[in-house]
Design a protein around this ligand. Structure first.
Ligand SMILES: *Cc1c(COP(=O)(O)O)cnc(C)c1O
Length: 401
């Protein structure tokens, strides 16, 4: 048992409490609170016999060589597995690597993959690029598919049902338990990008086999870390995912892991504040005459609000805004260009607010890509919401030239 773990039989503790204590096993070295950054390639063994024994345990948080991870990686792996309620987690260099590793692990030539049309763009690129070249066929499906609809999409060779909820840019909430029931009935693995849900969606309780997170977002929390995690809930899945990561030479810097562990200690406070601010700004947008629709699952107007309420315990601070159809993409760009507190740039989950035009980034194979007007994606940071709203209000005056 880690020396900081609560005693056995202790009542379950709140998220903030667990995030203060998780992943600190064996870190009371010299009395310091935090784990050290262990950098290294060679791991010296005490004897040839010890080396032989150790090589049998290389997927088992046992140090044999730098690429297999070290104490800083293991501390972060333990915290991420705890956050998502899984057994083991693999830390990889980016969120996109966390998308790629399990897809490459579970798919081979001749297999079929199902991906939601609302998938994170680079995931679509992988399916249409390397995976296609290697003989894996992907069908993009309506993210709002129900159990019968999913059953109809499954083929005898469908090995992976990929999910992401809510969807990138368009925020459709998927019925993950229904999709997982249909997929498992036909022996397909269910992969999920759970970056938006973080700890508000418990993937393994809902039928997911492999959960993906871009730790780059709220876990890093300061727009200065790139990192991803692949979490599983069985030893069989661990062997497949860890084996693929190992074959692909996937590795993350211990410095990045250390920064992610540092981010985790304040993540519960940041998330709670950003969730509340995000909902406040989303409601403000909803009341504006220039806006047609706000894509935020926590708003009662969201088409899958009931599903979000059933399956999630909260929200993060990323949402979409659809402007009236008489506005153009140029109008929305002028609005964003005139904001002073919102940065223009990719990624999200940091302490600072962002606004990006998304209209041109929406690809739809299965359904229509028309959401009724030009669109923007808003990320709400830790600034005072009243200041953000004042900035947005002056920005909207520039919507029309
Ligand atoms: C950002 C993001 C990723 C990829 O994370 P990187 O660390 O930037 O590679 C994956 N999935 C979703 C939903 C994301 O928003």
């Amino acid at each position: 048992m880690p020396d900081d773990a609560p005693p056995k039989g202790h009542p379950p503790q709140a998220f903030a409490t667990r995030m203060s204590h998780a992943g600190r096993a064996g870190t009371r070295i010299h009395g310091f609170v935090n784990p050290a950054v262990h950098r290294g390639s060679t791991v010296l063994q005490t004897s040839n016999a010890a080396r032989r024994e150790g090589s049998k345990r290389r997927f088992d948080q046992y140090m044999t060589y730098g690429t297999q991870g070290g104490p800083t990686h293991y501390a972060l792996e333990d915290v991420i597995a705890e956050i998502e309620g899984g057994t083991r987690s693999l830390i990889v260099g980016t969120g996109l690597a966390a998308v790629a590793v399990p897809l490459l692990a579970y798919l081979k030539a001749g297999d079929h993959c199902l991906m939601p049309d609302s998938v994170y763009g680079p995931g679509r690129n992988l399916a249409n690029g390397l995976l296609k070249g290697w003989g894996v066929e992907t069908t993009f499906y309506d993210p709002c598919v129900d159990e019968a609809g999913m059953a109809a999409l499954l083929r005898p060779n469908t090995k992976v049902v990929y999910t992401e909820s809510p969807g990138s840019h368009t925020f459709e909430v998927q019925d993950i338990p229904a999709i997982a029931r249909a997929a498992h009935a036909r022996g397909a693995k269910v992969l999920m990008d759970n970056t938006w849900g973080i700890h508000h969606f418990m993937p393994f309780e809902k039928g997911v086999d492999v959960s993906i997170q871009a730790l780059t977002k709220y876990v890093g929390g300061h727009s200065d870390v790139l990192l991803g995690s692949v979490t599983v809930n069985s030893d069989a899945d661990w062997q497949v995912v860890r084996g693929a990561g190992s074959q692909l030479g996937q590795y993350a810097s211990p410095d990045e892991c250390w920064l992610a562990l540092r981010g985790i200690r304040t993540m519960p406070v940041r998330l709670a504040r950003q969730e509340a601010s995000g909902i406040e700004v989303a409601r403000w947008f909803e009341a504006r005459p220039e806006v047609n629709q706000v894509m935020h699952p926590a708003l009662p107007s969201h088409p899958q609000h009931a599903l979000w309420k059933r399956d999630f315990t909260g929200a993060c601070s990323l949402f979409g805004v659809v402007f009236r159809p008489d506005y153009t993409q140029d109008d929305v760009e002028r609005f964003i260009d005139n904001l002073t507190l919102f940065g223009i740039g990719a990624s999200w989950g940091g302490f600072e607010s962002l606004a990006t035009v998304t209209t041109g980034n929406i690809t739809r194979t299965a359904g229509t890509g028309n959401f009724g007007g030009p669109m923007a994606r808003i990320h709400i940071g830790l600034e005072e919401p009243a200041d953000l709203i004042a900035d947005l209000e002056q920005g909207l005056r520039h919507l029309r030239a």
